[in-house]
Design a protein around this ligand. Structure first.
Ligand code: C2O
Ligand code: CU
Length: 490
C-alpha cells in the first residue's frame, strides 16, 4: 500500500487501495455514508466523449468537439430514491476529467474534486464512483476539471431522483428546461470559453442562447387545465436568469430539487425566481384552456427571453380552481440552530499578494495534483475572506476555510462585497437558507447553491458531514480565478 504525502495531508479516509480501476467504493466508513449498506444497488456505466453536433440548428454548420456523457447532450438519468449507483466511469475525452454529482449527499471520495477527493481521470482512464441517492430531487452531473471548457462545450447530464410518494401531488405533465448558451462563431467553431475581462466581471457569456441545447425555444404540449411540473436547470457556466412565466397560476414548489411549501411566483421579488449556474427550480404551472399557451421566460435579459412555450391541448379535463399540492417534505438532516457555531466569510475581489496561503514548492506532489486538476486559472480575481484558490502560475492549496466536526451544526454567513452576483455552492450538503438580507420576506428553504447579491449577506446552516468539501462560486470563471475554498470536516 502506497501512502502519498498528499493523502496524508488531506487526511483521506483510506488511501492506496490496490485495484485496477481507481475507485471510491468501500473506502468510506459506514457512518459517513448516506444510505444503509443494504440499499438496492444499480450498476451504471458512464462515458465522457466528444461528438459532432449541429448546435446552431439542423441546417447550420457542424460543431466538432462537443462534449457529452454517453454521446448524448444533456442525457437524463432517472432512479428511485434510496438506490445506490455504482458507476463505472470511462474518460474517452482527449483531456483529463472527473465526475461531480452536484447536490447529491454522498461519501466525499465520490465527489469528483481533484485534488481534494481524487486524482483526475486521465484520457482512457476509469474511475468507479459510489453514488447513493438519499434524497428525491433534480440534480446535475458535470465535470470538476477544466469545467469552463468542458461544461462550456456541453458536458452535463441530468439526474432525477423520484420518490413514489410524489405521485400524490398528481401532476399531469412534466417539462424540462435546461438553460445553456453556446459560445460559437457563426461558422460553428468554438470561441474561447474564458476571457480575462469576463473572469474579472460577470463571466464570459455564450454568443447563442439555447434551451435544451436548441436555439429555437421548445414548444411543449400539456393537458388544458392540467398542472405541469416544470423542472428548470441553469447548466450555463455564466448566465444568471430570472425564471418566470406569463401566467398567474404558477408556484415555486422545489428549489435545487428540495420541496418547499408552494410559493406563488407573484409573491416573489419581481414575480421571478433568480437562478445562477447549477441552480434548479421546480415550478407548478396550471395550463389554460385548449389552444392557449403559457410562456416561460428569463426576465433578466433586456428583453424577456423566451425559454419554452407550453401549449394547452384538449384532453377533456375540466377546469377546477388551482390548488398547488405540496411535494413530500425533504428528509435531509437538519442543523440544530441553537447549538450551531457561526462562521462569517467575505466574498471579495482578490487580495492579490496578501493572500494568506504560501505557494507550494514545485516538487511537492500536491503541486502536480493541483496543476493536473485544471480547476485553476492563470490569474486571481476573487477571494473568500482574503484567500484564493490556486492559480496555474502560483500553485497553492489554501488552508481550509474552516475545520468542522462531523455531525455538528454550522451557520455560514456570506457577505458579498463585490459588484457581481455569486451563486455559491457547497459540496456534499443540502443546506437550509436562513436569510437573504435583500429578500427579507423569503421563507426559509433548502438548497445546495444560493445566490448572494452585491452588498448582500446570506446565511445558510447545515449539519456537517465528514470529508473535504469545496465551497465555491458556480460562475465557473470566478471559481477558476479564486472564488473557491474548502471545509475540512473530520
Ligand atoms: Cu456543480 Cu463544485 O460544482
Ligand atoms: Cu461568482
Amino acid at each position: 500500500m502506497k501512502i502519498s504525502r498528499r493523502s496524508l495531508l488531506l487526511g483521506g479516509a483510506a488511501v492506496g487501495v490496490v485495484s485496477f480501476v481507481p475507485s471510491a467504493i468501500g473506502q468510506v466508513p459506514a457512518a459517513f455514508d448516506t444510505l444503509p449498506a443494504s440499499a438496492p444497488t444499480r450498476n451504471l456505466t458512464l462515458t465522457a466523449r466528444e461528438i459532432d453536433a449541429r448546435l446552431l440548428g439542423a441546417d447550420g454548420p457542424l460543431t466538432r468537439r462537443v462534449c457529452a456523457y454517453d454521446g448524448e447532450l444533456f442525457k437524463m438519468f432517472r432512479f428511485q430514491r434510496g438506490t445506490r449507483l455504482i458507476v463505472d466511469f470511462e474518460n474517452a475525452l482527449p483531456d483529463p476529467t472527473t465526475v461531480h454529482w452536484h447536490g447529491i449527499r454522498l461519501p466525499y471520495l465520490s465527489d469528483g474534486v481533484p485534488p481534494l477527493t481524487q486524482d483526475v481521470v486521465e484520457p482512457g482512464g476509469h474511475f468507479r464512483y459510489n453514488v447513493p441517492l438519499p434524497d428525491a430531487g433534480f440534480y446535475f452531473i458535470h465535470p470538476h476539471c477544466d469545467e469552463t471548457g468542458q461544461v462550456g462545450r456541453g458536458l452535463a447530464a441530468l439526474l432525477v431522483v423520484d420518490d413514489p410518494a410524489e405521485a400524490k401531488a398528481g401532476y399531469d405533465a412534466e417539462c424540462f428546461v435546461v438553460v445553456k448558451d453556446w459560445r460559437l462563431a457563426p461558422d460553428g467553431k468554438w470561441l474561447d470559453m474564458t476571457t480575462d475581462d469576463g473572469a474579472a466581471n460577470a463571466g464570459t457569456f455564450g454568443t447563442i442562447r439555447a434551451t435544451n441545447g436548441k436555439t429555437t425555444p421548445p414548444r411543449v404540449e400539456a393537458p388544458a387545465f392540467g398542472d405541469v411540473r416544470v423542472r428548470a436547470l441553469v447548466a450555463d457556466a455564466t448566465r444568471v436568469i430570472d425564471l418566470g412565466c406569463d401566467s398567474d397560476d404558477a408556484f415555486l414548489i422545489a428549489v435545487d430539487g428540495q420541496a418547499l411549501p408552494p410559493v406563488s411566483l407573484n409573491a416573489l421579488p419581481n414575480g421571478v425566481w433568480r437562478m445562477g449556474s447549477a441552480m434548479r427550480a421546480d415550478v407548478q404551472i396550471r395550463m389554460p384552456a385548449p389552444g392557449e399557451e403559457v410562456k416561460i421566460y428569463d426576465y433578466r435579459s433586456d428583453e424577456p427571453y423566451l425559454l419554452t412555450t407550453l401549449v394547452a391541448v384538449d384532453t377533456g379535463k375540466r377546469k377546477t380552481p388551482v390548488k398547488p399540492r405540496p411535494l413530500p417534505a425533504p428528509q435531509v438532516p437538519l442543523p440544530d440552530l441553537k447549538k450551531a457555531q457561526k462562521l462569517e466569510f467575505l466574498l471579495q475581489v482578490s487580495a492579490g499578494p496578501t493572500a494568506v496561503s504560501p505557494p507550494l514548492p514545485a516538487d511537492d506532489p500536491l503541486s502536480k495534483a493541483l496543476a493536473n486538476s485544471l480547476c485553476v486559472g492563470s490569474t486571481t480575481h476573487w477571494a473568500i475572506s482574503r484567500d484564493s484558490w490556486s492559480t496555474r502560475e502560483d500553485l497553492r492549496l489554501p488552508p481550509p476555510l474552516a475545520r468542522m466536526d462531523h455531525g455538528a451544526s454550522y451557520i455560514v454567513s456570506m457577505t458579498n462585497v463585490t459588484k457581481h452576483v455569486h451563486p455559491m455552492h457547497l459540496h456534499g450538503h443540502i443546506f437550509r437558507v436562513l436569510s437573504h438580507s435583500k429578500k427579507p420576506k423569503m421563507p426559509q428553504y433548502l438548497a445546495d447553491t444560493v445566490i448572494v447579491e452585491p452588498n448582500e449577506t446570506v446565511e445558510i446552516a447545515f449539519k456537517a458531514v465528514s470529508g473535504n468539501w469545496v465551497f465555491h462560486c458556480h460562475i465557473l470563471e470566478h471559481m477558476d480565478t479564486g472564488l473557491m475554498g474548502w471545509f475540512k470536516v473530520a
